[in-house]
Design a binder for this molecule. Structure first.
Ligand SMILES: [Zn+2]
Length: 294
């Protein structure tokens, strides 16, 4: 857990609040709809209570973010998770929220990148500039974030995966719909840099730089009034590799789980046998089985 001394957004030196990277309500929803314990792929043997958080922002900046987060929760996240709607009208509050989320994740990843020399100098300098632009926008010091793009990709039920047979066996429905994760990636050859956040199948991808092969169709969120649908979205992108990586990480975590933990899971499922159909993961299991048969 990072313990910063100054607020990462406004720079004031004060007592900092524990800020979640991915909003708390995502974890709350995950827990409420889970059949068993929530596990983290870093350490699958210990059930977790909460998602990643750090002492990062002062109270004022937390307040600045929270109204936009509520807007996202009420207008997109919950209606989508409850399967009430797949079409969403939005205004500039969505763009602000997405910026605040990717900015938090990028800010912390940059601390890691600078300590550990993870990326090359071109990518690093570009990301530093993007972090600053987003911070200034979030503080209402500028009205745009330049060429940075936000995309939302809804992980809907997939019947077939073309060109990526590996993914089919990796239980993508169960993993993506029951997952929370956020991190920054860099494809330095293509010059495609971004932050990807999975909120139970709602994927936010913020692109700081976009290589020439990237194609994003019906996914972009604009800075203003717009419309997005969880339907007919298509991506041709290096981000596809990140989807596969997320699945593989989850797979190796479940492989590394101790026999005792595996036994506990089976016991829990047996105890709930009669009600399994009532949990959202049941449909994910069916979808994954269908996909794997193909
Ligand atoms: Zn602050």
């Amino acid at each position: 857990m990072y313990q910063l001394k100054k607020c990462a957004l406004c720079g004031v030196e004060t007592e900092l609040e524990l800020s979640h990277i991915v909003p708390k309500m995502v974890m709350r929803t995950l827990k409420k709809t889970a059949i068993g314990n929530i596990r983290n792929s870093d350490n699958p043997n210990v059930p977790v209570q909460d998602s990643e958080k750090h002492h990062m922002l002062c109270g004022n900046c937390e307040d600045l973010f929270s109204e936009k987060e509520t807007y996202f929760a009420n207008n997109l996240f919950h209606p989508y998770q409850k399967k009430e709607r797949i079409q969403f009208e939005y205004d500039s509050r969505l763009f602000y929220f997405l910026t605040s989320l990717s900015w938090r994740s990028l800010y912390l990843d940059l601390l890691d990148f600078s300590e550990n020399d993870v990326v090359g100098i071109d990518a690093f300098e570009h990301l530093i500039a993007c972090e600053r632009d987003m911070r200034e926008y979030l503080l209402n010091q500028r009205s745009d974030i330049g060429t940075i793009e936000h995309h939302i990709f809804f992980f809907e039920e997939i019947k077939e995966i073309s060109g990526n047979t590996e993914m089919a066996g990796l239980r993508p429905h169960a993993i993506f719909h029951r997952g929370i994760q956020s991190y920054t990636f860099c494809y330095e050859e293509d010059r495609t840099y971004g932050t990807i956040t999975n909120m139970m199948g709602i994927m936010l991808i913020t692109l700081y730089s976009k290589g020439s092969h990237e194609q994003w169709d019906r996914t972009q969120i604009i800075n203003g009034n717009g419309h997005i649908e969880a339907k007919d979205q298509h991506i041709t992108s290096v981000v596809g590799n990140e989807f596969t990586n997320m699945l593989k990480t989850a797979q190796s975590a479940s492989d590394s789980m101790s026999d005792k933990q595996k036994e506990k899971i089976v016991e829990n499922l047996k105890a709930k046998a009669g009600q399994i159909k009532d949990y959202p993961i049941f449909q994910d299991w069916l979808s994954d089985r269908e996909l794997d048969k193909k």
